[in-house]
Design a protein around this ligand. Structure first.
Ligand code: GCB
Length: 624
């Protein structure tokens, strides 16, 4: 690692040259790390801004000198007392404090649009490792790149702001006064995922919990338990460590009297299955039954709570546990309620957002846009009984022709799937949102679809697509004219007629949609409204009246689409977006929320709620 670090810091532009792929694709998943021994590293940290990346390179771009390396294992005050001539142009131990996890705008509002390098440091005592034990630092998410140092040594790095990574520190950890330093760089990158231009706030920082995880020498890295379409309970268990091969593994579900067991292969993987017992209660939004699962392998024991259900398509229907279901959904960004969100998603924060979907709107589905959301969010969705669309940030214009970008996206997708394969709530993996149809893009996305199928054959694959529009004898016909559609299980259309087009709202119900041979969902539609702004006389855009009517008319159109299997309109809550600068109505917020930043329900909320209540009651909804 030492040599790798030197090579990096000697490089012309150190952070952009970080090797992004290895860490993401090859680091252990450490699934359900929250249930493992160790300690939470969230809490009070020191932070120090470093816009010129002084901690990584000297003024002529050579290695940084002493007095600049933020990660050195020193107490600057003690050193300068002993050596008064020493010059230190930082002092992490005496820098301002912040409570992590949190985007850095939460430490200081003036950091909202800071895109660059920020250093974080804290000290902690660790339990002494028993012989054979291993230690990892596991980060649930750092946006966008992370360089991690423990006790002055580089222990690894990662690229990608929404997926976890784990770095082994067995040799570097000491019993007391460990110093952990993390260099977080939020700078958007032209070949990154997401690309530099999106429609959401970037939120640089350590945005999800970090944990020191202690494991036996060989441990259960991942244990995927699921119900197969032919009625079996299948388990795939992957071990990590010297004793991973030929190891006996038991996956027990005591409540069902089940023990799925066998020996791992030479690669440390067990694949086994057993017929599902008659007593099995299938997970569903109406009855989100979770079973306690205990995985035992050698000295290791890992627990999880898992729901068992099937998801498939038949013609234009989506079948949950073999029965057609209409997805009554809404899209959600990872941003908590409040006037000053900082992407601080706690369990309570996740519950508040999802409760507004389930109980408020009478929904059964949520699109977690536009990147993998927090681990706690998908666990809460499991508990509450909400079906989930999960996606990676292959959004708008990523660098499709660039092999580095493809590898980065593949790593994120694999890490997301490995992290969440046990979440019954997740029914679909989405590989992209509103991407332009070109050959390099098609090749890129075909690869991602193939990857999903190789990693998880138990769920559906989708992508949010742009629409095509024709007019035949004065009748508008909308459709999807995208070669990617052939590769997907569920077609998803983002449609904004009446908002981003000049169509009158009254013209929307007469619009038709080309029939599809697969289920289609409206993955987005929506209109901005500033909470509390009413303008019934003019019905101007940004008024609540406009948004309400937009929903009434769009739902009337939707109700007539025979192959529509669900929808996730845009969006539950107003969210921060630097693209949105109308000074009267937006002020840096995308106002398409059905509720305001603090959760006040706008009139359109009740329109969708009414539609969903009728759907829930199994009634045919004709709209207005
Ligand atoms: C879209 C994007 C979403 C935007 C939304 C909008 O199509 O997928 O990220 O925020 O439209 O508000 O324009």
């Amino acid at each position: 690692m030492e040599t790798r670090l030197k090579a990096l810091i000697g490089a012309a532009c150190a952070l952009t040259l970080l090797a992004p792929l290895g860490a993401s694709a090859s680091s252990p998943t450490l699934t359900r790390a929250d249930n493992r021994d160790g300690q939470d590293l969230s809490g009070t940290w020191r932070y120090s801004v470093d816009p010129y990346r002084d901690g990584l390179a000297g003024f002529h771009r050579g290695p940084p000198g002493e007095g600049h390396r933020r990660y050195d294992d020193v107490d600057v005050d003690a050193v300068t007392r002993a050596k008064p001539n020493a010059l230190y142009e930082y002092d992490m131990d005496r820098s301002p404090t912040a409570t992590l996890p949190q985007g850095w705008v939460g430490h200081d509002p003036s950091l909202r649009y800071y895109q660059g390098l920020m250093w974080y440091e804290r000290r902690f005592d660790a339990p002494a490792l028993k012989p054979g034990q291993r230690a990892f630092l596991r980060f649930e998410a750092v946006n966008y790149t992370a360089k991690v140092f423990l006790n002055g040594k580089s222990v690894g790095e990662h690229e990608g702001g929404f997926t976890p990574f784990s770095l082994e520190v067995t040799e570097t950890l000491r019993a007391s006064n460990n110093q952990i330093t993390v260099g977080v760089d939020s700078t958007p990158q032209a070949d990154g995922v997401p690309p530099p231009v999106t429609d959401w706030e970037n939120y640089g920082g350590v945005t999800r919990p970090m944990r020191l995880v202690i494991t036996p020498g060989t441990f259960v890295d991942e244990a995927w338990v699921r119900l197969t379409k032919d009625g079996k309970i299948a388990a795939t268990v992957k071990l990590d460590g010297a004793q991973a091969a030929n190891q006996e593994v038991h996956v027990r579900i005591a409540e069902l009297g089940l023990d799925v067991s066998g020996k791992t292969d030479a690669g440390g993987v067990l694949n086994a299955s057993i017929a599902a017992p008659k007593s099995l209660v299938r997970w569903s939004p109406e009855k989100p039954k979770l079973y306690d699962v205990v995985v035992q392998a050698g000295e290791d024991r890992l627990t999880d709570r898992v729901g068992l259900r099937t998801i498939e398509t038949r013609g234009s229907q989506i079948l949950l546990n073999g029965k057609p279901i209409f997805l009554r959904g809404i899209s959600v960004h990872e941003e908590e309620f409040g006037d000053n969100p900082a992407r601080t998603i706690t369990e309570a924060g996740a519950r508040a957002l999802l409760a507004e979907v389930k109980e408020g709107l009478h929904g059964n589905f949520v699109r977690l846009a536009h990147y993998p959301h927090s681990e706690i969010t998908t666990r809460v969705a499991d508990e509450m009984g909400l079906l989930v669309w999960s996606e990676i940030p292959v959004y708008w214009l990523v660098d499709f022709g660039n092999p580095r970008t493809l590898e980065l996206a593949r790593g994120m997708l694999a890490d997301n799937i490995r992290r969440d394969r046990n979440r019954a709530s997740i029914i679909m993996w989405s590989v992209a949102n509103e991407t332009p149809i070109t050959d390099p893009r098609n090749t890129f996305l075909y690869q991602l679809v193939d990857d999903v199928r190789a990693l998880d054959d138990s769920r559906l694959v989708t992508a949010a697509l742009l629409t095509a529009r024709k007019t035949n004898n004065g009748v508008v016909e909308m459709g999807l004219n995208d070669p990617l559609a052939d590769k997907l299980d569920v077609l998803a259309a983002n449609t904004y007629n009446g908002w981003y087009t000049d169509d009158t709202l009254d013209s929307l119900p007469a619009m038709t949609w080309k029939a599809t041979d697969k289920p289609m969902v409206f993955s987005e539609f929506g209109a901005d409204a500033l909470s509390g702004f009413s303008d019934p006389a003019l019905m101007r855009k940004f008024s609540e009246d406009f948004q309400k009517k937009y929903y009434e008319k769009t739902l009337a159109m939707a109700a007539k689409v025979p192959t529509l299997a669900g929808m996730s309109p845009w969006i539950l809550k107003d969210f921060r977006s630097p693209r949105r600068q109308n000074p009267i109505y937006q002020q840096g917020w995308n106002r398409k929320g059905l509720v305001s930043p603090t959760g006040r329900r706008k009139p359109a909320f009740f329109v969708l709620q009414g539609f969903y209540k009728q759907k829930e009651a199994g009634q045919k909804v004709d709209g207005k």
